[in-house]
Ligand binder design. Structure first.
Ligand code: LMR
Length: 393
């Protein structure tokens, strides 16, 4: 039966990663896939991760199964990271967290869970959004609707258009929001805007679903979660998909978490049992290693400080690169929005043809949509990249 299948093109982000790897030019620059690079252009293992791995290797006593929810220690630590140590939601038993294979695993399990709750669920996603949101959520059978998010001319949030579109959502519809560091635009909601969206969600009876893939890489761990925490404090139910790929640099270890927030502890216990059954029928149990690293780091004061200092350094470095990049592009136009945006990504606002020329003539790789990974820059390559972009403009 396989002979009827037609070959499919690769996911554009992964395809670009491969093309970059195959490019023999020594001075090529990868601003495609969302991976943090240091001053030397490398993506090293974080020091706290290294140390946690060493301890795990020495102390690990078994490779027996972990169970569909993964490690409870990891899950509890992630709940506190997302909602804060003092969260009354955690205290009241209204939350549960399950360890998942990456943020993708969390997104997909959330989608499968939502379909179980309500087979004809509609989920509203921002235009634009991370390309993989569509197959992850749509592939589970959810109906996808889009709300405008970015003004294509200013490359800033078009908040009125967003609210206007969400007025068209029906009670029970799901709204997917990016917790911080919007992918692909870098344009985040202000706290005032989070409050206004929260009011709309409450008034219309919508279910918020927050994708938190970059906590700590925008303005800091707590600052990045401020909007999410406000929302969580006001609504009866909510979902959060979290990823440890970027803030712990655990990309290939596939480490993430899915949080359920319910109106009461009793409802939450029943909902969690359903979620665990969904997980059992998909991948049975998550891989252990990445979560064990995170649990070790977050559970040890010294390691946690080491990790947080390194993460803060990465966050500050991205902010520095954003300012330096905007300044270096300034002679060709107003790129101040790059300095104001947060996280790894911003759009340059150039055409696919200009993107192709940058790749072919200069070995500079960015997505066809003109999304650049600012965290792929460093002070050594930045002037050359900016010059090539100015030339093309
Ligand atoms: C990205 O958007 O580049 C990252 O989230 C990596 C991925 O899997 O697409």
């Amino acid at each position: 039966m396989f002979e009827a299948l037609k070959p499919l093109p690769q996911d554009p982000i992964l395809q670009l990663m491969q093309t970059f790897r195959d490019d023999p030019r020594p001075d090529k620059v990868d601003l495609g896939i969302g991976v943090y690079k240091n001053d030397a252009g490398a993506t090293p293992i974080m020091a706290a991760v290294h140390e946690a791995e060493r301890r795990l290797l020495e102390g690990e006593t078994t490779k027996s199964y972990v169970g569909p929810a993964g490690s409870q220690g990891f899950n509890d630590a992630m709940a506190r990271l997302i909602l804060g140590n003092e969260s009354s939601l955690i205290r009241d038993g209204r939350t549960s967290v399950v360890q998942t294979p990456g943020g993708c695993g969390a997104l997909r399990m959330a989608a499968e869970f939502l379909r179980l709750c309500q087979p004809d669920t509609t989920v509203w996603v921002s235009t634009p959004t991370w390309a993989n949101h569509l197959p992850l959520l749509g592939g589970a059978g959810l109906t996808i609707r889009e709300y405008p998010y970015l003004n294509q001319n200013t490359l800033q949030v078009d908040f009125n258009a967003m609210l206007e579109a969400l007025e068209g959502a029906r009670a029970g519809d799901v709204v997917l929001l990016h917790g911080c560091c919007h992918n692909p635009s870098g344009a985040d909601l202000t706290l005032d805007q989070w409050q206004a969206v929260t009011t709309l969600i409450q008034r219309k009876g919508l279910l918020p679903f927050v994708d938190m893939a970059y906590q700590g890489l925008g303005d800091g761990l707590d600052q990045d979660a401020a909007g999410l925490r406000h929302l969580a404090s006001q609504v009866p139910e909510m979902l959060v998909a979290a990823s440890c790929s970027k803030n712990f640099g655990l990309y290939r270890e596939r480490t993430g978490a899915l949080m359920l927030i319910s109106a009461t502890a009793t409802i939450n216990a029943a909902a969690t049992s359903q979620l665990l059954s969904v997980i059992r029928s998909h991948y049975s149990m998550p891989p252990a290693h990445g979560a064990a690293i995170v649990e070790t780091i977050l559970g040890d004061e010294g390691l946690r400080k080491l990790w947080q200092d390194e993460l803060d350094g990465m966050c500050k470095r991205i902010l520095h690169l954003r300012h330096a990049f905007a300044d270096a592009l300034a002679p060709a136009g107003d790129f101040g929005f790059i300095a104001r945006q947060r996280g790894m990504f911003s759009f340059l606002g150039i055409t696919p043809e200009q993107v192709r020329r940058l790749r072919e003539e200069n070995g500079i790789y960015l997505l066809e949509s003109s999304r650049v990974n600012v965290a792929g820059l460093n002070d050594r390559v930045l002037p050359g990249v900016a010059k090539a972009i100015r030339n093309i403009l």
